[in-house]
Design a protein around this ligand. Structure first.
Ligand SMILES: Nc1ncnc2c1ncn2[C@@H]1O[C@H](COP(=O)(O)OP(=O)(O)O)[C@@H](O)[C@H]1O
Ligand SMILES: [Mg+2]
Length: 236
């Protein structure tokens, strides 16, 4: 199985305060990896480091066996890695359609797998809202639009940072269905979550982070069967 992404012994500091302590994980092609841990464990920091948005002190980050550590974020994005942040970054003064259009970018080999009509097929909720201003969308709709913007960039790897957080149950279910559909297209996905339940049936494998270190790596089923790890690190 080919490998899309690998983080090896990563250390990250914010000023003088260290938050990642030798974190390691890998993502195989086409799989969905759940990155689980309590609030403050280091999930977003790990994702931002992989996306080149923050520097790491030591360790390495490999994308398809090439080191991308220290590479500027826009080049990592161009190489096919898209980070979908927690704080839904959309343009509130632009329509849904304009938000999508300006996010268009060919993939690393010039591919255009995601014409806008296919993005709407993947996100059917957005289609009737195409003329609506981004700022007038509900939280769930904004989350959908953020994912749509990432797809417009033809990513090979999607990092989804707590996509279900703060959404009503019906929207959480729709986000789950969306991740299933994205998986079916062969996209490799890292899904940061505090909610193990949401990841069951979506993720293939899981890495649990606690205080900036990986404390569990295994199948999502093995994690779900491990009462001790769940209780100690996931408050379930
Ligand atoms: N910009 C920042 N400056 C300083 N500390 C930060 C910053 N961002 C996050 N942290 C700290 O780093 C730790 C990990 O945060 P984060 O990666 O956001 O965790 P998670 O996404 O798992 O909730 C927390 O202790 C948090 O307070
Ligand atoms: Mg976070």
């Amino acid at each position: 199985m080919s490998e899309m992404l690998r983080v090896h012994q990563l250390e990250v500091l914010y000023d003088t305060s260290q938050v990642l302590f030798g974190l390691s994980l890998h993502l195989n092609a086409g799989e969905t990896l759940a990155l689980l841990g309590r609030n403050g464990a280091g999930k977003s920091t790990t994702m931002k480091a992989m996306a080149g948005m923050i520097a790491s002190r030591s360790g390495d980050i490999l994308m398809q066996d090439r080191s991308i550590k220290g590479m500027p974020a826009h080049l990592i994005a161009r190489a096919g890695l898209a980070y979908v942040p927690e704080d839904r970054q959309i343009f509130s003064e632009l329509s849904v359609e304009d938000n999508l259009d300006i996010a268009f970018k060919r993939g690393p080999s010039g591919e255009d797998h995601w014409p806008i009509e296919r993005v709407y097929e993947m996100l059917p909720l957005l289609k009737p809202l195409r003329k609506r201003l981004g700022g007038l969308l509900s939280g769930g709709e904004q989350q959908m639009l953020t994912v749509g913007r990432a797809l417009m960039g033809n990513p090979r790897i999607l990092l989804l940072d707590e996509p279900s957080e703060g959404l009503a149950p019906i929207m959480v279910q729709k986000i789950g269905e969306l991740i299933q559909s994205l998986k079916a297209t062969g996209t490799s996905i890292v899904l940061a979550e505090q909610n193990l339940h949401f990841c069951l049936g979506l993720a293939d494998r899981a890495v649990v982070i606690d205080k900036g270190s990986d404390v569990f790596t295994g199948s999502i089923e093995a994690l779900n069967a491990d009462a001790q790890i769940k209780q100690r690190y996931l408050s379930v």
